[in-house]
Design a protein around this ligand. Structure first.
Ligand code: ARG
Length: 273
């Protein structure tokens, strides 16, 4: 995670952002700290990336890379205003012993790519280039499922879909092109389907450790729906980050545990998130 020390809405690179609307940075910081505390209370170790001045979106750590086990695909931001975040993530990860593979195509890390236990769900349409899917395959050697996003309010995959565990997802179908909706319905017949209200508070921008699902407290139906399928919803308020089009997951780069089949022995105690 990266503290929102320089958080602001100074430009508009998604439809949520309005530079004319003031941001309360102290409130953003308190909400961020509460989110970090929630992870720690749930038993996760949180590591912090130093925020850099002039990078108001750096709090959205999820976009800086996509990590599985000891390997990561580095980000290459679509928007030049965020590009300087990529090298900061790369050095942090390399210092932490992760091998960072250089991207050939535009990709915004865990914003568009989700580790689903044995495969990678990969969004495209607004930010990451579909050509990045080949980078994922080359880096991780697992199947990549391409998903096309069609609604600008849900411009990153993590605004429209959350992986809850290796066999369960929650998503908002209208955010996807018809062929992607069919694919998701086929792969995840028992998925939690979010309401428009849940989606519009970025409730799907959630982080699951397979048991707890940390999500925006405004997504009440979604909390009930994930509880109904056996997860424990953990509501948090990240309303200030929503002004930049971000939420819980955007603020969290997960250092994932690979699925047993592809775990190299050295990474079995990799920590979450
Ligand atoms: N303002 C940021 C952007 O538009 C928000 C990023 C949200 N991150 C995410 N993983 N969805 O780039």
């Amino acid at each position: 995670m990266c503290p929102p020390e320089h958080f602001d809405v100074q430009y508009a690179i998604n439809v949520w952002m309005d530079p004319a609307r003031p941001v309360d940075r102290d409130l953003a910081y308190r909400q961020w700290r509460d989110l970090r505390d929630v992870y720690e209370r749930l038993g996760h170790r949180v590591r912090v990336l130093d925020p850099l001045p002039g990078l108001p979106d750096m709090v959205f750590a999820a976009n800086g890379s996509f990590v599985v086990g000891d390997h990561a695909l580095g980000a290459r931001f679509r928007e030049l205003v965020r590009e300087p975040e990529a090298p900061a993530h790369r050095s942090w990860l390399e210092n932490a012993g992760v091998t960072v593979h250089a991207p050939t195509a535009v990709n915004e890390g865990e914003g568009d790519f989700a580790w689903a236990g044995t495969r990678i769900l990969a969004g495209a349409g607004f930010r990451s280039d579909p050509a990045a899917h080949a980078d994922l395959e080359a880096t991780f050697g697992v199947p990549v499922v391409p998903l096309e996003l069609v609604d600008p309010r849900f411009y990153h995959l993590d605004t429209a879909l959350a992986v809850l565990d290796a066999t369960t997802i929650a998503y908002y179908p209208p955010a996807f092109a018809p062929h992607s909706r069919e694919l998701l319905a086929e792969m995840y017949p028992d998925a939690v389907v979010a309401t428009e209200q849940d989606a519009l508070v970025l409730g799907l921008n959630a982080v699951s450790d397979g048991r707890h699902v940390v999500l925006a407290e405004q997504a009440r139906d979604l909390a009930g729906a994930v509880a109904a399928v056996g997860f424990e919803p953990v509501p948090v308020d990240v309303s200030e980050l929503l002004k930049a089009g971000g939420g819980v997951k955007c603020a969290t780069l997960e250092l994932h545990r690979p699925a047993p089949a592809i775990i190299p022995a050295s990474t079995t105690d990799e920590e979450h998130p």
